[in-house]
Design a protein around this ligand. Sequence first.
Ligand code: NAP
Length: 228
Amino acid sequence: MHAAPRLPELGADRQREYRLGIMGGTFDPIHYGHLVTAEQAREALELDLVLFMPAGIPAFKQDKRVTDAEDRYAMTVLATAANPAFDASRFEIDRDGVTYTIDTLRALRANYPDNVKLFFITGADAILDLVTWHDAAAMAELATFIAATRPGYDIEQARQRVAASGVPFDVRYIEIPALAISSTNIRARVSAKKSVRYLTSESVIGYIRKNGLYSSHAVERVDGATAR
Ligand code: NAP
């Protein structure tokens, strides 16, 4: 499995511990909120590498319209290219069927020796449902979870839900002001022909324009309703 082609030596020195961050998301599209999240998680948890992992068919989005995986992956590669501690993985988009995080964690665990610890990073809203994810108990054994929150986010609800499940998840919460940016809002702005400059990288904006993404799609409005 070439999950992290730039760091094949991850785990090679058996005398030390390595820390691999897995940045899970739909990335439709990737934006600066995601990049800041990954960078601050990398710093706070001393991660050696953050592997951006665009979901194939996201588990909770089977009835929703999601941009083609190749486009979401291409934008992820463009956005992460300049950071030597970031890499992008095709693993989930190359898999058939629905994306389950447990499959990814198992594959990574099998690919690296035990001195590589796994940290799964994603949005706190997604983490809120963590206990309902496929094979939750096995996930809790394989990784530490990092939940990125927006300022003012009430983490107590998430803490209580995780605690009530009885599954011994290790969840760390990090507040990321830049998460005021959202993919939903970017899609809505592109569709409305509004500027998305400074919300994501110029390379991603160029890709969106060149390929006509989000312009004629049905998009979710900022309030969550669906609009054309
Ligand atoms: P989502 O419901 O689209 O996102 C929930 C919230 O978190 C949104 O506000 C989203 O903002 C934000 N977010 C998503 N990914 C983020 C990231 N990496 N960093 C910071 N904020 C993030 O979530 P999703 O994209 O479907 O799922 C997130 C991850 O959880 C994926 O890797 C997915 O495969 C995994 N997941 C697994 C299961 C399962 O195994 N059963 C179930 C659900 C989710 P934006 O829209 O701006 O990104």
